[in-house]
Design a protein around this ligand. Sequence first.
Ligand code: NAD
Ligand code: MG
Length: 396
Amino acid sequence: MQNMVILGATGSIGASTLSVIANNPTEFNVYALVANASVDKMLALCLQHQPQYAHMVNEHAAKQLKAQLPISCITEVTTGAQALNALVTDSRTDTVMAAIVGAAGLVPTFDAVKAGKRVLLANKEALVMSGELFMNTAKISGATVLPVDSEHNAIFQCLPLQVQGQLGYCDLGQHGISHILLTGSGGPFLQTDLSTLSAMTPAQACNHPNWSMGPKISVDSATMMNKGLEFIEARWLFNTQEEQLKVVIHPQSVIHSMVQYRDGSVVAQMGNPDMRTPIAHCMSYPQRIHAGVEPLDFFKVGQLSFCEPDFSRFPCLQLAMQACKQGQEATTVLNAANEIAVDAFLKGQIRFTDIADVNHRCLDSVQQTRLASIEDILQLDEQARVTAKSVIKTLN
Ligand code: NAD
Ligand code: MG
């Protein structure tokens, strides 16, 4: 029985994780659920899953939850950074699902890595900000980091066993690997007339053709910043050299990514676009469990198509690839700027195409700093948010 802590339990990945657990109740126990402020959702989850702990980052939400939980429910409600640290590092915690959205997920995810836990990583922003430190820390602590992001999970599945066991520092070339092909659907605006992009609404941007996800990652998919963040995520997870990583647009989202070998072989992982597959894979690795996902029906799939990304349509992808080359200061700044810009877009304060402009201008402001610790990274993240907000003011 694995005791699981789910960070971001009330979100889309949280729901999929709980659904996989419900399919495999003898193998996984919901030990703790963590969310920001959604009291109603957390209350329902506590009643259904009876976790030992329910942690609300928002203090007021924790109070409300405590007041609403019936006495018959065994769940203890906690709040505060210390209590969160205690939950992820607790000796009873075996596995941490890291599915808080954005930079907010960095600290608890990093704490779990430092404590040597089995970390199922959905929170890509944590690696975008701290990749080198994160993977080095995992190596030292002995934490097992397993990628939940569907593309990285696909790549992981297509890699040789020895590489899977040395994530973050393995030399891919020594294992006959020439390229990692990171696939992406191109999102809802792949075919949209470029001249109309600036008028796209949050609802249109969140209407992804293949995946159902939280609002932030949905907008990131529309700008393809998501693929950019994934490019940086892959760089650290798989220790890729610049020329080893390529982005391929594949609108059907049937192939979730591929690994190309020296001998001409290409190994791909396929499946229906349902996050329960990579989540179940990470939860049970190296075994396989039922995820509750429909088997892929090749007779219904029809055609698979591929094309190169067009940077004039997806400038955010190009910015992220450039930041990846520049280093951790640039990726941290870009990630923070993007979170602020996406939030402003979702609130109707800026246009869809302004997201790339805000990101571009913040990336131009990056200066060389020393990022030796999580505290350094968080400080730079904070500064970049201030810059992004002031850039947004100049747009209005
Ligand atoms: P979501 O918006 O549906 O859920 C976000 C969760 O994070 C919620 O439980 C919320 O309470 C919690 N949260 C938000 N701010 C917080 C804070 N300050 N402190 C603590 N908790 C906070 O997001 P999602 O779509 O489930 O995505 C979660 C993460 O997984 C993201 O990093 C995303 O990039 C990654 N991811 C998601 C998908 C997907 O299909 N949804 C796929 C791949 C990767
Ligand atoms: Mg992905």
